[in-house]
Design a protein around this ligand. Structure first.
Ligand code: NHR
Ligand code: GAR
Length: 216
C-alpha cells in the first residue's frame, strides 16, 4: 500500500479526480493527506468530507521560501509519502525541497511542455497562434516545469477561444491523464532514463482529444 500526499492551492479538481480513481480502480494506495498553502482552498473541504487528513501551511507566514519549504516538507513527511502529487499547487519549490522528494514527486502543467513553462499558459498559447494545446504530467525537478515527461494530453485550440474556454477543454483531459499517470507510478510501471520516461506495460502516454468542432 503506497501513501500519496496531494498538494493543492485552490479548487482541487485534479485532486478530486485522483481521489475518485484511487477508490474506484482499487489502487494499492491511499490518499494519506491533502495539503494546501491556502487554508481557504475549496479542495480541502472535499478531502475532509471524504475522511482524508488535511493540513495547510500558509506561505505568507514565512520570511523566506526556504523556511516555508522546510515546514511544508516536515508536514508532508509526517504522512510518510511514497509519492507527492502537485495538483494546481501554485508555489515554486526550492532546490532543497525538490531534491528531498526527487523521483517521487509529480506535477501537472497546463501546456504541452517544453512549450510555455510558468504561468498564463492558455493565454500565451492563444496569442502564439498555436493550433494544439494541452497538459503535461512530469516529474518535478529543481528547474521549473522541466522534469522528465510522463504523459501528455493534447486538445485543439479553436477559433474564438479565450483562456477560459481553452483551460476548460484542457482541464477535462487533465482529469483523464493525471489519475492514469499516478496509477502507473503506484504500480511501479514508470522507468526513468535521463529525460525519458517509459510506461513499461505499453499503455499510451499520449491522449489526443478529437478536433471535431471549429468554435468553442
Ligand atoms: N517547483 C519546482 N522547483 N519545479 C517545478 O517543476 C515546479 C515547482 C513548483 C510548482 C507547478 C507549476 C506549474 O505547473 C510547479 C512546478 C507556480 C508557479 C509560480 O510562478 C510557476 C509554476 C508552477 C506553479 N508561482 C508564483 C511564485 O512566486 C506564485 C503565483 C501565485 O501564487 O499565483 O511561487 O505551472
Ligand atoms: C489545472 O489546470 C493545473 O494544470 C493548473 O492549475 C489548474 C488547477 O486546477 N496548474 C498550474 O497552473 C500550476 N502552475 P485544480 O485545482 O482544479 O486541479
Amino acid at each position: 500500500m503506497k501513501n500519496i500526499v496531494i498538494l493543492i492551492s485552490g479548487r482541487g479538481s485534479n485532486m478530486e479526480a485522483i481521489v475518485e480513481a484511487c477508490a474506484s480502480e482499487h489502487w494499492s494506495a491511499r490518499i494519506a493527506a491533502v495539503i494546501s498553502n491556502k487554508a481557504e482552498a475549496t479542495g480541502l473541504r472535499f478531502a475532509a468530507d471524504r475522511g482524508i487528513a488535511t493540513a495547510s501551511v500558509d506561505h505568507r507566514q514565512f520570511d523566506t521560501r526556504e523556511a516555508f519549504d522546510a515546514e511544508l516538507a516536515r508536514t508532508i513527511d509526517g504522512f510518510a509519502p511514497d509519492l507527492v502529487v502537485l495538483a494546481g499547487f501554485m508555489r515554486i519549490l526550492t532546490e532543497g525541497f525538490v531534491r528531498h522528494f526527487e523521483g517521487r514527486m509529480l506535477n501537472i502543467h497546463p501546456s504541452l511542455l517544453p512549450a510555455f513553462p510558468g504561468l498564463h499558459t492558455h493565454q500565451r498559447a492563444i496569442e502564439a497562434g498555436c493550433k494544439l494545446a494541452g497538459a503535461t504530467v512530469h516529474f518535478v525537478t529543481p528547474e521549473l516545469d522541466h522534469g522528465p515527461i510522463v504523459a501528455q494530453a493534447a486538445v485543439p485550440v479553436l477559433v474564438g477561444d479565450t483562456p477560459e474556454s481553452l483551460s476548460a477543454r484542457v482541464l477535462k483531459q487533465e482529469h483523464a491523464v493525471y489519475p492514469r499517470a499516478v496509477r502507473w507510478f503506484v504500480e511501479g510501471r514508470l522507468k526513468v532514463d535521463g529525460h525519458q520516461v517509459v510506461q513499461t506495460e505499453g499503455e499510451a502516454q499520449l491522449v489526443v482529444a478529437a478536433a471535431t468542432t471549429t468554435s468553442p
